[in-house]
Write a protein that binds this ligand. Sequence first.
Ligand code: 0A1
Ligand code: ZN
Length: 899
Amino acid sequence: MVEFKKANIKMASQNASNIVFRKDYTAPDHQIESIDLSFDLIPTCTEVTSKIIAVPQEDRKSDDLILDGDDLTLVSIKIAGEDSFPGQYDMRPGKLIIHNIKERTEIEIVTRINPRNNLELSGLYMSKNNYITQCESEGFRRITYFPDRPDILAKYRVVIRAPKDYKDLLSNGNLVEQGELLDGRNYAIWEDPFPKPSYLFALVAGNFVAQEQKVTLSDGREALLQIWTEPANKGKTEFAMQSLVKAIKWDEERFGLDLDLDRFMIVATDDFNFGAMENKGLNIFNSKYVLADENVATDQDFANIEAVIGHEYFHNWTGDRVTCRDWFQLSLKEGLTVFREQEFSADMLGDESSRAVKRIDDVRVLRNSQFPEDAGPMAHPIRPESYRSINNFYTTTVYEKGAEVVRMYQTLFGKDGFRRGLLEYINRYDGTAATCDDFLNAMAESNYEDLSQFELWYSQAGTPRISVETKWDEIAKTFTLTLRQNNRTFPGKPAPKPLMIPVKIGILDDAGNDIPLQLEGEDSPDGTSRLLILDEAVQSWTFRNVSTKPLLSIGRGFSAPVIFNTEYTREQLAFLARHDSDLFNRADAFEKLTLQMVDQFITDLSRRGAQNAMPSESYLFAFEDILNDDSLSPAYRAKVLEMPSENYIAENRVLIEPALIREACDLIKRRIGQRLRGSFEDKIKNNQTPGLYRPDAADAGRRALKLLSLSYLAYAQDAKAMQQVRNLYKNANNLTDRLGAVNIAVQASLPIGEELLSKADVEWKSEPLLNNKWLALSTQLRTQRGKRPTVDLIRALTQHPKYQDHNPNSIYALLGTFFRTGGPEFHRPDGMGYQLWVDSVLFVDKFNPQVAARLARALENWRRYEPTLSNLMYKALKYVSEEKNLSPNVREIIEHALT
Ligand code: 0A1
Ligand code: ZN
């Protein structure tokens, strides 16, 4: 039993002055017209000279020009060409204040920074010997003193000087000059014609190879596309390049938005805190979202690359050309851009069934991680009201729920109406910094709609719950639907108001066909799917001419980010899973059916061992029916029949008991594997993808259905399947299959699990992407009786050569995955899992608070766990909270968790 240090010191009280509130926003007193930046790149002592033109605003409150700065060594300040003297400026923590700026003034500031020591990966840092920047959200202040806020839009000119072995010197905009200096160093000068906020500044210096391609834009202009990588990664950028070209074409066609630059560059780096960054004209990417070939990337990675390349490219209009007034508006660019990315990916898939798979996936992300966030201590509206560290608010709420809110405009106004509203927004705010209200108003006004109630989606947190009641009057042939919305209340906040919720419904007759829908008061039926607008606490609708027993299909296509509390019987769910014309809802019905069964298993297991429990015949029938339905694409079948994740099951339970959830899932998979052996074997046989590897949706779908089938058989400890897993690992011509095989072996605790893992350890050499995949796979090893606990192995792996202890990808792959998905291996009653969490959070916080804060979030929902575990989690959180030098990032997370 681990004893966390005694929790007897009072938690440091929140320092109110460090909290930023949305209501406190004031416009800047000075704008910055332009900035000339010059860099003398030296790893431990880079000199940065910044010449800004500050312009006082007429309605200013003060003549003080306030500049932000963090971790900078100030060398000199010149004001209007003269050396400054004492009294002209003041230094405060994090600020440099220059007094008396009453007219347009040039200010030159020289600072020194240490990129080599910058392990936070914010500002200018080094990845091996390359220089990289990351400025969103507040990294620019770690490069020079500047008003580092998104509503300051300036023109940038950048001079980069570097030793002669640095051949590639990149920044935003156009390359105006490059060459060799007298002392033999190289230099390059870049000018960005578009004014931009500081968070979009980027600089990259190093030795790279570039894949290049020219595209002709819709207006006939030609643009140069470049993807820069380290030489060792040459040949792995073809897919990313194709994705970029597709994204450019898609934005032209769908929204009429053209690339506005002559040159668009992407750089890949292994050292990056997030996925990628939309710096104007110079996107910087985590290499896992750029590099791909059949040996380093899985089908999922290929799909992710297309999505992230699209996402960053789409930011060029929604983020860069129109940016955010302040960081509370983050969802203005992120929710919108995630929505655009989702639509792009869906359009690239084309057919209805693949689009449904994409929608199911996106909704699973939302339900798996955003719903718990909205129900937990970090709940916030998509436009938060306050923060201590804005970096903690790059959340699934801001991104994914934000995207659902944007999607609802399209659901309300149709694709054309949405496009009209988006273009109106861009027209109104091009070249400026806007707010969520601006977006809503542009949408409302261009569609002649009053959206004042819709605005509540931006200010109310929590997932709305809607109770559903139906009544069929057989004689009158009417069907009445009553919806009641219930929104989460927060102590100290005003009572929530009813939201405006688009609810798409259909009604099935007893043969499973859609009934034509005719509301009371309508002369004739109109269509078989209807969009109802729920905008009161309780509302009813009555449909006419419903002559056979009806069954409601509600929230088709997931028309709003809400939870419908329905009371379907098992038979009704099975019926919907078989017949609903809406493919999303079909999958949803099947998922509900599975969740009901899991609940039953958990109850049985906790009461009486119940090792003989069996899924019901009707469940097995529905399962097999879908599995064998060749009218459904393999990808869709694989998606529907995949067991819900343990986390999602946990999310749906009142009390979380990780060991029981694991036991129930394993048992169910074993039973399904035993009972449906023939059908699974048939799927394995008929879903081979011979020949050259292609990452397209059709082949990927076949691989998914084959791996799913193999997995169920493996859980049944089927001898033939074990041999197939081994052969698949050995003979696969692609990583999806190879990794799939190890994953199955490890998760189903096959005797060959450890053997395959050690093989992969040796065979997947010297490739960071593969190292991380291997680390993540290792976290899935199940602790077997009498054997070394997985948690010990994870701790030991932090010393493994594949693990880079300062690299975010490594940390997320090993520790992040383990804390998020480790189930009972992490949630151990002896506290060893939480001890590793404490040690990791504290260790990482010393050099990278952003990454540490993300790890820290793993325990925030501690209150929902069984008492033994929640007690230990509480102690672990308390222990971390007592660390005096905790970063504000981690402190914010821990304090939220504990209050
Ligand atoms: N704007 C990027 C995400 C991003 C945010 C913060 C970062 O560093 C702290 C890096 C990237 C996007 O949405 O793609
Ligand atoms: Zn984004």
